[in-house]
Design a protein around this ligand. Structure first.
Ligand code: GH3
Ligand code: MG
Ligand code: MG
Ligand code: MG
Length: 347
């Protein structure tokens, strides 16, 4: 049953003041009339909000465009420069996240006016002169909606993270790293830049599982992911391609630069043993690198296939090493040849 909002009520009945992550919630109050302005400021502060005041619509719109603007706004309808309804329209047209909850204050009581205000995107309205308790409970209702929306955004972000990342290592998952490669190739086309791809496979990883158990194997995968991630540049991308296989994208790299980068990744694992409790395990990896020059014709599939072939050679030649595939020739007619192939540079 809803409480009678016109009745005075003890302060404690409304619980603690409105907070957002430990700070008082900020409320924008846009009002041109100095008497209403100071009333609003006093009430908001008393109710535990942080009041952010605007004297007209232009100022309100400026405040609401800032990235960290208040998410609750009380807008007077009639204001010089830009009225509250226009501010509403602009906020909704900007369609920003997180949502801004707008309460319109109006002296108008005609239902067609109310419809116009709500149509412009207001969430609620109060007619002047308004009852303080009513404003207070309506702000609380708005605040609850914003809290719910924040929970939804957090849940959506968690789902996105789950769908795009590998749960064991926290790296991009297979679909995402392949998508990143696809995006990078399109960008490289536009900017006429080379791209390299490393396929990394841990050496004799089955032995690690067999000797130390699967949990230790999992810990090795996590630590290997962490080390490789620290070994690459900020704008490179790394993902888990399969069990103990990883893909690393190196935008802007070709030939020797890619090989040096691959050596750095290899070294990051081989440099020191992995320790877990009393156990100490030496972990190495083999890396196959493919690259596309500028202009290049190779697509995602051919780069992956070529890196895979080069990786196979690295395994064949003793593991804990890097092998480069030759760059694909730029001639369009050669695109389908399984060429690449087999030309693996010796280092
Ligand atoms: P190579 O040097 O030729 O790559 O030998 P390898 O033992 O690393 O290769 P193989 O393909 O024979 O074995 C890979 C092993 O990785 C087998 C599989 O059980 C293990 N593996 C795959 N995913 C996971 C995982 O998520 N956790 C653990 N602990 N092991 C995994
Ligand atoms: Mg006014
Ligand atoms: Mg493997
Ligand atoms: Mg392996």
């Amino acid at each position: 049953m809803s409480p009678d909002i016109t009745e005075p009520r003890p302060r404690t009945a409304l619980g603690p003041g409105p907070q957002s992550s430990g700070r008082p919630k900020r409320v924008l109050a846009a009002e041109d009339n100095p008497v209403f302005q100071s009333m609003l400021r006093t009430m908001l502060t008393k109710w535990g909000y942080e009041a952010v005041m605007a004297r007209d619509g232009v100022e309100a719109w400026q405040i609401l465009q800032a990235p960290d603007s208040p998410r609750l706004a009380i807008l007077d309808w009639m204001m010089p420069g830009m009225d509250g309804v226009e501010v509403c329209r602009r906020v909704r047209a900007a369609d920003r996240e997180p949502y801004i909850y707008i309460l319109l204050l109006t002296a108008r009581t005609e239902s067609q006016d109310i419809v116009e205000g709500m149509d412009a995107g207001a969430d609620d309205y109060l007619t002047k002169p308004f009852n303080a308790h009513e404003l207070r409970v309506r702000l609380r209702a708005g605040s609850r909606i914003l809290d719910l929306q924040e929970e939804l955004l957090v849940a959506r972000e968690a789902l996105r993270e789950q769908a795009t990342h590998d749960s064991l290592t926290g790296l991009l998952n297979r679909a995402s790293i392949l998508q990143a490669l696809q995006n990078e190739l399109s960008r490289a086309d536009r900017e006429s830049q080379p791209v390299s791809l490393l396929m990394v496979d841990l050496d004799r990883f089955k032995n690690i599982n067999d000797t130390h158990g699967h949990l230790a194997g999992d810990a090795v995968l996590r630590e290997a992911a962490r080390r490789m991630k620290s070994a690459i540049r900020r704008y490179d991308a790394i993902g888990r391609y399969g069990g103990e296989e990883f893909l690393i994208l190196l935008p802007g790299c070709e030939g020797e630069t890619a090989r040096l980068q691959a050596e750095r990744v290899r070294e990051s694992l081989a440099a020191s043993p992995f320790t877990s409790g009393a156990d100490s395990v030496s972990v190495t990896c083999s890396i196959g690198a493919s690259w596309r020059g500028r202009p290049g014709i190779s697509d995602t599939d051919s780069l992956v296939r070529d890196a895979d072939l080069a990786l196979y050679c690295a395994k064949d030649r003793g593991r804990n090493r890097v092998e480069m595939a030759a760059a694909q020739p730029p001639a369009a007619g050669d695109a389908d040849l399984p060429s690449l192939a087999l030309a693996v540079d010796r280092h």
